[in-house]
Design a protein around this ligand. Structure first.
Ligand SMILES: [Zn+2]
Ligand SMILES: [Zn+2]
Length: 291
């Protein structure tokens, strides 16, 4: 199975919604045996449809443990008599970052892509350039980062890792197939940069609460999405705090956020995390030279 001859079919789960767009995409990859990626929620009718479409299944794979992707996996594995692999799912064999999974002639690389969730993995077939991104990249709209399991610092690192793969097309967890993988990944990175710039400029005007920032930044979105937007703004603020560029004042929920200047090492000038005067490597170097 080489190049564009790699058969990839989709069975759409009947779980349309705010997070799931038209529903979860269950992907069937290869032929006799097949991989089945993300059987979705435990919906017996859907699992039967996937089983009929997939034929002989070599392995069932799960991108992450969210309820719209994972709960059907173990029942589906039982239904078709195939092993189930996931990074974090009861009843599945645990995947490791960088490993490969095999079904017949077909090999998929497992790429750990934390950010949307900490357990998220993508699957990559290098010969065809097909990349299965789960919820890290969607066919339409943006991925939702909900702290604390969601983490924007890790998410951006994962997007860059996926960009470096040189994938051709993206088969997402929701929404249509993306034919130009690189353009989409660049667009995703640019979108987060833009959001960050909006938050940084809000903080530059003085301390703000998250709802105040949402009112301004998401002014053109319906009110119904504002609670989700608040989680996303929190993810950005946590990233800025991690970089020493923002800090929380007051209590967790009702508190405000304010801009802060990153502290720098008094010896080498690099950013310092925590309260010390020196960065870790300078602290170590000074300890060693004191012998
Ligand atoms: Zn998800
Ligand atoms: Zn999803």
């Amino acid at each position: 199975m080489i190049g564009s001859l790699l058969p990839i079919r989709r069975v759409l789960a009947p779980n349309a919604g705010v997070y799931t767009l038209e529903g979860t995409n269950t992907w069937i990859v290869g032929r006799d045996p097949t991989f089945v990626i993300d059987p979705g929620p435990h919906i017996p009718e859907h699992l039967k449809d996937v089983a009929a479409e997939a034929g002989s299944v070599g392995a069932v794979l799960v991108t992450h443990d969210h309820p719209d992707h994972a709960p059907g996996a173990v029942p589906f594995g039982r239904l078709v008599g195939a092993p189930v692999y996931a990074f974090r799912l009861t009843g599945a064999t645990k995947l490791a970052a960088g490993q490969r999974v095999r079904a017949g002639e077909l090999d998929l690389a497992v790429i750990h892509t934390p950010g949307h969730t900490s357990d998220h993995v993508a699957f990559f077939e290098p010969t065809s350039g097909a990349l299965f991104t789960g919820d890290t990249v969607l066919g339409r709209g943006t991925s939702f980062i909900d702290p604390p399991d969601g983490n924007l610092v890790q998410y951006l690192r994962s997007l860059r890792r996926l960009t470096d793969l040189g994938a051709r097309s993206i088969y997402p967890g929701h929404g249509p197939v993306v034919l130009h993988a690189r353009d989409k990944l660049v667009e995703y990175l640019a979108h987060r940069d833009e959001r960050e710039a909006q938050i940084v400029s809000a903080l530059a005007e003085g301390p703000h609460t998250i709802p105040e920032m949402v009112e301004v930044i998401y002014a053109d979105h319906p009110k119904e999405v504002h609670p989700l937007a608040a989680r996303s703004v929190l993810a950005h603020l946590e990233k800025l705090a991690h970089e020493g560029r923002a800090e929380r004042i007051g209590k967790a929920r009702e508190g405000s956020w304010t801009a802060s200047t990153p502290r720098t090492c008094e010896r080498c000038g690099r950013p310092v995390k925590g309260k010390g005067r020196y960065c870790d490597s300078c602290t170590l170097a000074m300890l060693q030279s004191d012998g």
